[in-house]
Design a protein around this ligand. Sequence first.
Ligand SMILES: O=C(O)[C@@H](CO)OP(=O)(O)O
Length: 246
Amino acid sequence: MSTLVLLRHGESEWNAKNLFTGWVDVDLTEAGREQAVAGGRLLAEAGLLPDVLHTSLQRRAITTAHLALDACDRHWIPVRRSWRLNERHYGALQGKDKKQVRDEFGEEQFMLWRRSFDVPPPPLADDDRYSPVRLPQYSGLGDDLPRSECLKDVIGRLLPYWESDVAADLRAGGIVLVAAHGNSLRAIVKHLDGISDDDIAGLNIPTGQPLVYDLDDDLAPVTPGGRYLDPVAAAAAAEAVAKQGH
Ligand SMILES: O=C(O)[C@@H](CO)OP(=O)(O)O
């Protein structure tokens, strides 16, 4: 038996502005920092003290994890990071206002780009100011560096890391914290709960709310869907994510 805690970063500057973000490395807002600290306090109150942390290479997840772990006195645990836990690359939509995109392209196309399993947004040009191609943290990726991704693509690049690194820590026992992003966490939840390609469209992950999975020896959830430590706040925050752009 092992325990997995999934934590989406707190509110980011571009969450607050309602902009598609993806691989753009924006910071947390003050409210996002407070959410991260509150998430850490929830972990402490529940006695869920992480033994190891996995994060993406993005500032909003890294800072959230640091603040949450500091709040529960686990700032010292081992850390592993991978681009494979990054947010979904939102292609040419990165930096665009969600409501404006919905108004311009219509509800159906907007939701296909946002939540469909296999429709990626148009690719981001390498000379775009939001392209990550020249960032040093991605210099070794070569052909793996995405220009746009759908959820299916995220699952494809995330699962190898899940199997090799996260699952290995889970099998070793203890409590594993994964601090990541709305869509990389949707990919993990889809995998764990066996959610269908259609039904995953309806799943939204709230910012800063710890989601806990107790896993059996096969790393299958004991309780499907896991449990939020603050279910009322998590439901309200997930609803707010679902409504973005509307
Ligand atoms: O813009 C993004 O990168 C993500 C997460 O903030 O947005 P969405 O919830 O629309 O997938």
